[in-house]
Design a protein around this ligand. Sequence first.
Ligand code: NAD
Ligand code: DAU
Length: 338
Amino acid sequence: MKLLVTGGSGFVGSNFIRYMLGAYPDVSVVNLDKLTYAGNPANLADVENEPRYSFVKGDIADAAIVESILSEGGFDAIVNYAAESHVDRSILDPKAFLTTAVFGTYTLLEATRKFAIPRFVQISTDEVYGAIMEGETLESAPFEPRSPYSAAKAAADHLVASYWSTYQTPVVITHAANMYGPYHYPEKLFPLFITNLIEGKKVPVYGDGMLVREWLHVDDHARAIDAVLRRGVLGESYNIGTGDRLPNIEITKKLLALLGKDESSIEHVKDRPGHDRRYALNSQKIRRELGWEPKIGFDEGLATTVEWFKANEAWWKPIKSGEYQKYYDAQYGGDRVS
Ligand code: NAD
Ligand code: DAU
């Protein structure tokens, strides 16, 4: 299986590439990534010299670069992880969110048609459904995005679905819950709180801390996308979740316990504007139809993630100190790296 993975130098995409290359000797991957602030070649340093992996620095909205990659031929699928992913940044400056989600996804869809790629997998989010105050969301639920990030993702999903109904472009869309695990950029709840606590700093809990997210280990997500690539029905969408739903304050207290801190490390700060209070996915479809289920329990995943951050200060310290930007410009300023 030959894959074009976009946004593969970020948190979720890099863990997917590592999983696929490790699990299947017949999988090869071209990773197209713009290397924004969140894209980090160090996330894939361990596969950099693997002959089945190659990296192209570029923008998914650049048709020339996308087409030059696909001209190599033999691609079985495109998996589109590329996006601006942080809700707080989308509130400060939405433009890049729209450009990548809408024009980037459009460019990939057009290339999928032109090169007759057999499968296009759009990696989306539970946030497109908006806040779910009770019960669970099915794939058939209407989209009610409430941040520029989730609105941009919803727009991209609508575009993907329209290519199925209009051109029969072979697409599948996934809606995943909040992920956590290794190589998570330290601006998000888990990695920010873990690294702050290791550094002896306080953790900023937004609002009352009673906002509920559903948590999925990034490796379980990789296995879900593998199942969608192999068995997902074209034109369908699949929720990917665990049912592990916790308020942020409970997660914070678990992290304090794991890192030997007390509640004096908590700082309650101003809430995020338009903050969705709860997400909850019904993930029966992917379990029933594709035979996927999560393997990593929340407490186990939390503990191993904390251990990973404790053991990998060399990965996150340069990011938090701002040296990382200079590092990747110097290391990876050129086009094709391998
Ligand atoms: P991330 O911010 O860690 O990584 C995003 C990657 O995309 C980076 O490597 C960045 O350089 C790249 N990128 C951004 N714009 C690009 C462009 N125009 N062209 C090429 N590359 C570009 O994000 P993540 O957390 O890894 O999320 C990846 C995908 O998964 C996103 O589509 C996100 O919406 C989705 N998702 C994430 C989560 C989560 O909890 N992290 C949950 C559900 C869905
Ligand atoms: O639900 C899937 C989404 O999960 C993905 O689509 C997004 O790309 C990903 O960033 C994530 O979005 P969230 O906004 O849920 O993640 P974040 O880690 O930013 O916040 C998780 C919760 O923690 C949320 O309720 C806000 C809160 N929070 C976050 C930060 C960064 C805090 O209380 N303090 C913080 O400092």
